[in-house]
Design a protein around this ligand. Structure first.
Ligand SMILES: Nc1ncnc2c1ncn2[C@@H]1O[C@H](COP(=O)(O)OP(=O)(O)OP(=O)(O)O)[C@@H](O)[C@H]1O
Length: 731
């Protein structure tokens, strides 16, 4: 099986006005050998770090040189029916957008690639060549279509099809007939891209932009279609907020999202290099989408952009380290060829049993047509808009839930996709892959607790095997039925042409029924999937963080959520609170808030977050009460108590909503009171009036817990209070 390593091209940009040119980063070539990037050790100027790459471009290099040396050969690969991914990586302001897009005087890789694609088209006289484009951005870890009106652009989900290919669902595709048409669509779309000004770049990309050009070559005399693609990715640059001067919350959130996704990208490459069994693709949308380019079936080129000057030295070294690791990543390119001969129709001769008995979904309506099956694709190019093509795709759940029929050992009544095949492209060694056949699935009842993958897989495998068996039985019965019906019809002297129409009356209700089931199934799968995706990506991200970082991230999301809820953007606030929950899953108050906002959103009611009241006590030392408490009365200073208080502290919503350092005495006292209640079932104060005031103080900073409730609890538990008992003894 041929492996294709990701190719690396390093490009150093010239200094821009105002930048100090200290020659700390250079491109060198020695003795006609491999060129390398040379970086002076920031700590010892006599030492240099060298990073060899097959293509290195110095500050005087031109856009044309890069295109002709490294990108042009890849256009042939596209016309052979393979997927190519070119991505520009580097610190902010290192020249990624310049390299990919360029400007009118110096057009970059994208316009040059498009021109070449259109020029090459004419050499395929025996094919009908159609070219289409899709373009989207990943902004704060959400995908947005750049070819639709931004005001209406929804967040697009990332899915996986039955053959494991990741795609962006509902992404629009525009057919392109000329390079001029492309320029107009592309420049309109670029106006919608999220760009902002920073200290380092007046037009800094705040998102990762992914442009896909799909070339479909339908052979005029043979029933086959080749599909080649090129993904041109302009990544957002890693950012140091001190250098960029980002200080407003929205910029910082953007910057955090960019850095997180790039850090996951680094983790993916690292895991691939180390041959780890689990590659964390799912930890960010960016890596899910680039999955095919990193260890997948795409041909990859990484353009590694470098900024000169000492201030970027650390970032330059990081970029070079990333590039060095990436050059060891191996892909297995394939040719996407599709056989367009129609798949034989399935025969149905009897109406299906009543719905209650028809638990399994035999086939999706989309699979019952004569439509040829789709070849594996990298990014989805289907859409529901008028100018685009629409095709139904199996959703992620099919991939996760449905093992191939062969695995179960059970027969399938559904013909496997034989018309689509993947063949190796000539430049690479062979790799033949059979496309995973269509699966017969119904939605198993999955509770949230069952989201554990191995358990789910076992359950589903058993379920699928059982249902396939039932379906096979049903199919045999149907066939017998059909034969009987056919015999009866011919006996009653009906004309031959009429005989062949027999299934239509029977088929219609059946198809309708399947269609209904299909929509229901899709709806439920999507719900399940969204829930799973949302939880899993954030939970995975949270798992990789230290408790302190988790808390901080949770707090940041809560702060953002609160800001949105105050503005009345409840849906956004809800999403953010849910994200916060992934980082602080045990926070009860947060859960309460989520429920409240869910209710408000569902019932279209306004939601007024409880106002933050001024704190009565400004500061005190952590772990010590600010109130002068009688000895033995207060728990916090007792030797064991602070730990338990602190661990509770992690999960109190006060802490989520407050500045990290602002742990107030009141809040702390409130926590202790509740922590004590939880531990001992008693109150930790002997003065009802003090208790009340302490709890009220605590409530000032908590979400949505009415002081009344706590007072009631106080009342209820005050009888149990044993004033003289020391905490240690009770613990
Ligand atoms: N090779 C080059 N020749 C001349 N100017 C360049 C070159 N590369 C970059 N520049 C200039 O440097 C500035 C920053 O470049 P660019 O916007 O492409 O950076 P970027 O890496 O895309 O930044 P960000 O990640 O913030 O979007 C721009 O003004 C651009 O014109």
């Amino acid at each position: 099986m041929a492996q294709h390593k990701v190719k690396i091209a390093a490009r150093l940009r010239p200094p821009i006005p105002g930048e100090i040119d200290d020659d700390g980063v250079r491109i060198e070539v020695r003795d006609e050998g491999t060129p390398f990037v040379c970086v002076t050790n920031p700590r010892d100027a006599s030492e240099n770090f060298k990073y060899p790459f097959t293509s290195c471009y110095d500050r005087n290099s031109t856009q044309q040189e890069i295109f002709e040396n490294d990108v042009l050969p890849l256009i042939d690969v596209v016309y052979h029916g393979s997927t190519v991914t070119v991505f520009a990586y580097g610190v902010t302001s290192s020249g990624k957008t310049h390299t990919m897009q360029g400007n009118i005087e110096q057009p970059g890789v994208i316009p040059r690639a498009v021109n070449t694609i259109f020029e090459r088209r004419t050499s395929f006289a025996d094919h009908h060549v159609s070219i289409s484009m899709s373009y989207f951005e990943i902004y704060k870890d959400e995908c947005y279509d750049l070819l639709v009106d931004r005001a209406n652009a929804p967040k697009l989900p990332v899915r996986e099809d039955s053959s494991g290919q990741v795609f962006v669902a509902n992404l629009s595709t525009v057919p392109i007939s000329s390079a001029t048409q492309f320029s107009s669509v592309y420049s309109d779309a670029n106006k919608k891209r999220s760009v902002g000004s920073t200290n380092l770049n007046r037009a800094s990309s705040r998102s990762h932009a992914i442009l896909t050009l799909e070339v479909k070559m339908a052979h005029l005399s043979e029933p086959k279609v080749l599909t080649g693609k090129i993904n041109l990715v302009d990544l957002a640059g890693s950012e140091n907020n001190k250098l960029t001067g980002n200080n407003d919350p929205s910029r910082m959130a953007e910057s955090a999202a960019i850095n997180t996704s790039l850090s996951v990208l680094g983790q993916v490459v690292h895991a691939l290099n180390r041959g780890e069994p689990r590659i964390p693709y799912r930890n960010s949308k960016l890596t899910r989408i680039l999955q095919d380019a990193l260890g997948g079936s795409s041909v990859g080129l990484l353009i590694c952009n470098l900024a000169p000057g000492a201030k970027f030295r650390a970032d330059t070294l990081n970029t070079l380290r990333f590039a060095t690791r990436t050059k060891n990543v191996e892909n297995k390119p394939v040719i996407n060829e599709q056989d367009t001969r129609p798949v034989p129709k399935a025969h149905f001769s009897a109406p299906p049993p009543p719905l209650a008995q028809l638990a399994p979904l035999p086939r999706l309506p989309s699979q019952m047509t004569d439509k040829p099956p789709r070849p594996p694709v990298f990014l989805d190019t289907t859409t529901s808009s008028s100018h685009t093509t629409v095709s139904s795709r199996p959703s992620l759940a099919f991939k996760r839930l449905g093992p191939p029929a062969a695995k179960t050992g059970g027969p399938s009544r559904v013909p496997r996709i034989s018309a689509a095949s993947i063949a190796p492209y000539p430049g690479a060694d062979l790799r033949m892959e059979s496309v995973v056949g269509t699966k017969i699935m119904s939605l198993p009842v999955v509770s949230e607790q069952d989201m554990d993958e191995p358990a789910l897989k076992d359950r589903v495998e058993a379920e699928v095997a059982k249902r396939i068996e039932a379906l096979e039985k049903q199919r045999q019965e149907e066939e017998q039925h059909a034969q009987k019906a056919l015999a009866q019809t011919s006996a009653s002297d009906v004309s031959a042409s009429k005989e062949s129409e027999l299934p239509s009356s029977i088929l219609a209700p059946l198809l309708k029924r399947h269609e209904d089931l299909d929509s229901e199934l899709r709806r439920r799968l999507e719900e399940l999937e969204n829930k799973y995706e949302q939880n899993s990506s954030h939970t995975q991200a949270a798992n990789g963080l230290s408790p302190v970082s988790r808390k901080k991230t949770g707090r940041a999301y809560v702060a953002l959520a609160r800001a949105h809820s105050e503005k009345g953007d409840l849906q956004i606030a809800l999403d953010l609170y849910r994200k916060a929950e992934s980082y602080v899953p045990d926070n009860v108050k947060l859960k309460e808030r989520i429920i409240e906002i869910e209710w408000a959103v569902k019932n279209n009611k306004p939601f007024n977050p409880s106002p933050k009241r001024a704190r009565k006590i400004k500061s005190r030392k952590k772990g010590k009460p600010s109130h002068p408490e009688p000895a033995g009365d207060m728990v916090i200073s007792a030797t064991q108590a602070p730990q338990s208080v602190d661990s509770d502290d992690d999960n109190t919503v006060e802490n989520l909503l407050e500045q990290p350092e602002a742990v107030t005495g009141a809040a702390m006292t409130g926590r202790v009171t509740r922590s004590m209640k939880a531990r001992f079932g008693t109150e930790a104060t002997n003065s009802p009036s003090k208790r009340r005031s302490m709890d009220e103080d605590a409530d000032e900073d908590t979400l949505c817990t009415p002081p009344k409730r706590l007072r009631k609890e106080d009342q209820a538990t005050s009888d149990n209070w044993e004033p003289s008992a020391p905490v240690e003894a009770r613990g």
